[in-house]
Design a protein. Structure first.
Lengths: 167, 101, 662
């Protein structure tokens, strides 16, 4: 019964991802990417992590995708189909990808969340993903990485400004 | 609940592999970039699943970190693409091999 | 006063530091100040030595040992070496004439080097450094510190021989001296280590003379013989004995005062001093003693034969030095340590005198050293002539002069002592005869007959300045009077030198050292032979004197009366003449037998081993990695997607690892 929305949204996510990859038009790709982001956000909601879902919508669908669209418009790309990858290379890469898929699937099958925490699984389930839990974490154990993130973002801003600056 | 988790994980794996496929097949730099974003989203999904399984906020925090990195990456990466385009008139990544031997 | 012994080496060292560091500035301001500093330093050393010596004389004979431990030098585990000075009759005896003669030669150098174009301060710095090293050598109370001085004098010798280094021949001579000495030093160092290791295994980790000698009976006689021979090998290099004497004649390339100081009076006697210092070791090994004696006698004879035909005035004196050093070792080898050291003393007087006189002559002749171009200098430089005559009479052993007493003592001991033999004595006697011949050949050729120099040189002939002649006169007086401090008993003397040095020779009652295990080790040799029938000693003495007169007369005949005779003889027996003129072809022999093979071996190591094997290995490794790099660089295509693929490969491997292992 819970399964139906999960599968529906999952299929939607996969479809949007496929469209992102195979769209001829870059702008279409970017727009499908927005859709994909929304799908992921819904999945987060289904997983009871509302805060992250909201972040996903604001940061990804809102900020980053706007960035990308803006950049695409600046580039003014013409749509003359790109050259295909060489056949031998393509086959090799596909084989590698399939191998990778098999490996990851193998890992996921072997994974059992119960093995990690045992009985604890049922506890606190209601409060999982609430903002105060994350905030508690950020301002206690995660303080230093959190500050480092701010440094990283500052550096990125400075770098972007430097690159954009005319001589 | 456990069953759901494995579905989420499977979905994450599929999305990740698809992202990887796009990264190594497509030539358009912007699309490659978008594919990377797909991979990041897949990874985020896995993080949340594990975090929930472990009943801890660490995974959620990691997702925030990933988002920050993605933002930084977008800022820098796109700036580079714009510059490259201004200099060479293309963003086909097969045209750039300045890092060659 | 004994505690001030450290002042003796410190004064020359201060001179070295002042002249060595500020010399250029001092010289530019006042050239005089340079030699005032240098001579003053040595003069002060001499005064301190004199006071300590007099104080030592005031003590009873068996108390004349004082060890001044200045500071600890090396401390490694149980091994201790300190910078310490030993005051005993032997070290003071050496120190007295080293500082005394050294001071006179410093003063003489002022006149000799004043007009030299080289750097004045450099010369005096080296000279002072030499004095410091030599004093360290004779005063040291352990083998290691002595070795430091031993090496130090070697370095100074090298520096001073090639003092005029812009001339290639001088540089080569310096190199030859240094390398020859290194050969000896190697053996010396091995001997020292052997001694240390073996004594250490018996619990005595020390190289101090007194420790070594008192515990030496712990070692086996065979081992002692080996150590003695190794040490003697070092001495043959330093004191120019067969087989390593070849450097000394070439060393005459240096300034003449240097030849006088280092290569006649002091440094070359270091070997004699060392053997005398280790007399306890050597008396325990009769074989080593006989080697010392034989080598000494052979050297005395061989060098004298070479000196007969040399035409360079300094070369004659150089070979005569080698010959006289042979006498000293002959004396040591037959157990007459005191006689050998007595000869060291008298030799330092008259040989320094002879060298300085020859320097005076060379100075007057504007640098000419060939005796065939001299002659007739008797009236033009009377002081030099008379002092040189005195020196020549002293060296040939003319009765009443210093050489007579010391040389006669050695010859008598070579004949009479248990270790001596008729053969050794005969070699010494022959050498004495030749000595008288070549010395008077030198005198006659230089000072008599007509002057054969060019007109230009003739005009410049003049008597040397006061700073040169005054030391000559002082040394001339010493060459005469020096002998009287050790007149042997046969001539109504009291043989003071032998009595003064006796406490150092051997161990036991009445000596300075007592063996650790109480065994007595007295010198039977010097005491048993002393009371021999005097009549025989008189007879031999008379024979020696007669033979010396024969030599002088022969020289007179050949170089004054019938001056065609030498050439006639040379023409008659061209082979033996050429043999002597070319120094028995020893240098050529060494060149062929030692240097060439070594050179060839070195070339082989260079071209064969070093260039091909070692360089090949190193370069080959480098080339291999360069090939690898050249091949691997193609993986860096610069295409982003290829890098992404390699990421993926890594991810697959990682995943596989977790599946199958983790």
């Amino acid at each position: 019964m819970d399964l139906i929305p999960v599968i529906t949204i999952g299929v939607a996510a996969v479809l949007t991802a496929l469209l992102v990859i195979f769209s001829k038009n870059t702008v279409h790709s970017a727009l499908w990417m927005v859709g994909n982001c929304f799908c992921i956000a819904v999945l987060f909601l289904l997983l009871n992590s509302q805060f992250i879902a909201i972040l996903q919508v604001i940061v990804y669908a809102g900020a980053i995708m706007m960035f990308i669209l803006y950049a695409i418009m600046m580039l003014n790309l013409r749509e003359n189909g790109e050259p295909a990858t060489k056949k031998s290379l393509f086959i090799f890469r596909m084989a590698l990808l399939i191998l990778f898929l098999i490996c990851l699937t193998n890992l996921c099958i072997g994974f059992s969340p119960l093995a990690l925490k045992g009985d604890m699984v049922t506890q606190n389930m209601d409060h999982f993903g609430e903002v105060n839990l994350i905030a508690n974490y950020i301002f206690s154990e995660g303080l230093i990485p959190f500050e480092l993130i701010s440094v990283l973002l500052t550096a990125a801003v400075v770098g972007a400004v430097y690159l954009a600056k005319k001589e | 609940m456990n069953d759901h988790q494995s579905i989420y994980l499977a979905l994450s794996v599929i999305l990740f592999v698809m992202g990887a496929f796009g990264v190594i097949i497509r030539k358009n730099a912007i699309v490659v970039f978008l594919c990377i974003e797909i991979m990041l989203g897949a990874a985020n999904l896995a993080f949340v699943v594990f975090s929930r399984a472990n009943q801890s906020a660490e995974g959620l925090f990691m997702v925030m970190c990933v988002m920050a990195v993605a933002g930084a990456e977008a800022a820098i990466g796109l700036a580079i693409f714009v510059l490259l385009y201004q200099k060479t008139g293309t963003i086909n990544i097969d045209k750039f091999n300045l890092l060659k031997w | 006063m004994f505690d001030l012994v450290w002042l003796i080496p410190i004064f020359p060292l201060t001179g070295v530091l002042i002249n060595g560091i500020f010399g250029r500035r001092i010289e530019n301001k006042s050239k005089r100040l340079v030699h005032w500093i240098a001579c003053g330093a040595v003069g002060l050393s001499f005064l301190v030595t004199l006071t300590i010596f007099l104080q030592l004389l005031g003590l009873p004979a068996e108390k004349r040992l004082y060890d001044f431990n200045w500071f600890s030098w090396i401390s490694a585990g149980t091994f201790q070496a300190s910078v310490g000075y030993q005051i005993d009759p032997l070290s003071m005896f050496m120190c007295m004439f080293v500082t005394g003669v050294g001071f006179l030669i410093h003063v003489y150098s002022i006149g000799y080097m004043w007009h030299d174009e080289g750097r004045y301060y450099r010369y005096f710095t080296y000279l002072n450094l030499f004095m410091f090293s030599m004093i360290t050598l004779v005063l040291a109370d352990n083998f290691l510190l002595m070795f430091l001085g031993w090496e130090g004098v070697g370095v100074c010798s090298y520096l001073l021989i090639s003092y005029w280094f812009s001339d290639m021949a001088n540089a080569v001579a310096g190199k030859k001296a240094f390398i020859t000495n290194r050969v000896g030093d190697f053996f010396f160092a091995v001997g020292m280590l052997l001694l240390l290791v073996n004594l250490g295994s018996h619990g005595t980790w020390s190289l101090k003379f007194s420790d070594v000698f008192t515990h030496i009976s712990l070692l086996s006689p065979k081992l002692i013989t080996v150590i003695c021979l190794l040490f003697f090998m070092g001495c043959t290099a330093k004191s120019a004995q067969i087989p390593l004497y070849i450097w000394l004649p070439d060393a005459m390339a240096g300034p003449t005062p240097v030849s006088a100081l280092i290569h006649a009076a002091t440094m070359v006697t270091a070997g004699v001093y060392f053997v005398a210092r280790c007399n306890i070791l050597y008396t325990m090994s009769p074989f080593a003693m006989s080697v010392v004696a034989t080598v000494g006698a052979m050297t005395a004879f061989l060098a004298a034969t070479i000196a007969l035909t040399q035409n360079d005035i300094k070369k004659v004196l150089a070979y005569s030095t080698v010959s006289q050093l042979g006498y000293m070792f002959l004396g040591l080898g037959v157990g007459a340590f005191a006689a050998g050291l007595f000869h060291v003393l008298t030799h330092s007087f008259f040989k320094a005198l002879l060298f300085m006189c020859s320097g005076s002559v060379i100075h007057a002749m504007s640098g000419e050293q060939d005796m065939r171009k001299m002659g007739g200098l008797k009236d033009k430089m009377p002081v030099t002539f008379y002092t040189m005559l005195i020196g020549a009479l002293a060296i040939v052993g003319f009765p009443g002069f210093s050489g007579f007493f010391s040389k006669d003592e050695i010859l008598w001991k070579a004949f009479s002592s248990p270790q001596g033999s008729t053969g050794l004595w005969l070699a010494g006697l022959m050498a004495a005869a030749m000595t008288s011949f070549y010395m008077f050949r030198l005198i006659f050729m230089t000072f008599f007959n007509e002057c054969r120099a060019s007109e230009h040189v003739k005009q410049h002939i003049h008597e040397s300045p006061k700073t040169m002649t005054v030391p000559l006169i002082i040394l001339a007086v010493l060459s005469i009077a020096g002998g009287f401090i050790g007149v042997p008993e046969a001539l109504m003397g009291s043989n003071r030198v032998e009595h003064f040095l006796a406490p150092v020779m051997g161990m036991g009652e009445g000596k300075l050292l007592m063996a650790a295990d109480g065994t007595k080790m007295l010198h039977e040799v010097s005491e048993g032979a002393a009371h021999h029938a005097f009549s025989m000693e008189y007879g031999l003495m008379l024979l020696t004197v007669l033979i010396v007169f024969c030599g002088i007369f022969l020289a007179y005949l050949m170089y004054m009366k019938k001056r065609a005779l030498p050439e006639a003889i040379a023409a008659k027996s061209p082979f033996s003449y050429r043999l002597l003129l070319n120094k028995w072809y020893i240098d050529e022999l060494y060149e062929k037998v030692v240097i060439r093979p070594l050179h060839g071996f070195g070339m082989f190591l260079w071209k064969g081993i070093d260039v091909v094997v070692i360089d090949g290995l190193v370069n080959g490794t480098a080339r291999f990695f360069m090939k690898c790099g050249n091949t691997a660089k193609f993986s860096q295509t610069g295409y982003v997607q290829r890098y992404a693929v390699s990421f993926l490969v890594g991810a697959v491997v990682l995943a596989a690892y977790y599946i199958y292992v983790g």
